[in-house]
Design a protein around this ligand. Sequence first.
Ligand code: AHG
Length: 331
Amino acid sequence: TAPSRLDPSCTTLTKFIFAEENRIWQSTGELTRLLNSIQMATKSVSALVRRGGVSHLFTHAIGKQKETKRKAIANEIFINMLISSYSVGVIVSEENPKPLEVDRDHRGKYIVAIDPLEGLPDVDCNTAIGSIFLILDKGDDNLPTAQDVLFEDNQITAAGYALYGSATTLVMSTGEGVNSFVLDTEIGEYIMTESNLKMPKKGNTYSINEGYTSSWDDLVKNYVNAKKFPHSGKPYTARYVGSMVADIHRTLKHGGIFMYPANKEHPHGKLKLLYECKPMAFIIEQAGGLSTDGTRSILDVKPREVHQTTPIFLGSTNDVREFLGLASKSV
Ligand code: AHG
C-alpha cells in the first residue's frame, strides 16, 4: 500500500555525513571525507564477505588460512580507503603489528584504529562478523605520527561498526548520539533506520562464553549465578554468538550485559582496547549504557600498548551497575 505520505527526510549515510559537517564540525571537510571513505570500505568488505564462499576465493584455503586471507583483504581495503581520504595521519590495525604512518602526500589530522574483519573464530559457519573503527584527534595542528597513538589526551571524534549479518548494518556516533543505517544493496547506499538510538536501561540477557567458567574470578561467577538462579523473578536468557560485533549489537538493541572477563587463557582479557573495546564502549555510552573494565569506564583506560587487551563488561546501565555493585562488595 502506498505510504500515507512521502517521507522526504529519507536519510542516507552520505546525506547524514554532509549534514553533520555543516551542522557541528568546523567543516574542513576532513571528517566528511574520512567517514565517507569508511562507509565505502564497509560496502566493499560486505561484498567480499558475501561472495567469499561462492567466488572460489577461498576454495584452496582451509580453516585458519581462509580466515587469514579474508582478514588480509579486508585490511587492504580499509587501509587504501583511509589513505585515499587525505584525512588520516596514522592507522592502527589489528592486522598490522605496528602503526602505519600515512605518506606525506596523503597525510591528514586523524588517527584511525580499525579491526577490519572481526569475529571469525568460527570461519565458514556463516556467522555474522563485523568491522570496527575508532577515530581519534590529538587536538593540535601538528599532523599525528605513530608516537601519538598512545597520547593519553587523544579525543574520540567518532566510532562505529559494520555488522555483516542477514543485512549489512552500520552503527556510528560522532559524539552526538548513535545512529543506525542499513545497506540497501539495490542502490548501494546506507539508509538511516534509527536516529539517536537509546538502549534499554535494563535487559534480561547476559552474554559471556561459559566455557571459561572454571577460570572466572568469584565476582563474575557470582554475577552469572545470580542471573541464572535469581532470588526472585525470572532467570536471564543466555545469548553468546562468539562474534563481538554481533553480541554487542544485540546488547545495544535489546539491552542486557556483554562480558569478556580475564580468564586463564587471556589473563588480561582477549578483546583489544583500541580498536574493539573503546569503539564499542563509545557507542554503548552514547546510547545511554555503561562500560567498564571492572574498575573504570573503558573510555578512561589509558592505552600503554597498541594491541593491549582489556577485560570488558558493557551494556544496560542497571545491569552494569548491578555487576559493579557486586564488584564493590567483593573487595
Ligand atoms: P578474533 O579476533 O580471533 O576474530 O576473535 C573474535 C573475538 C570476538 O569477536 C569475540 O567476542 C571473541 O573473540 C570470542 O572469543 P571466545 O571464542 O574465546 O569466546
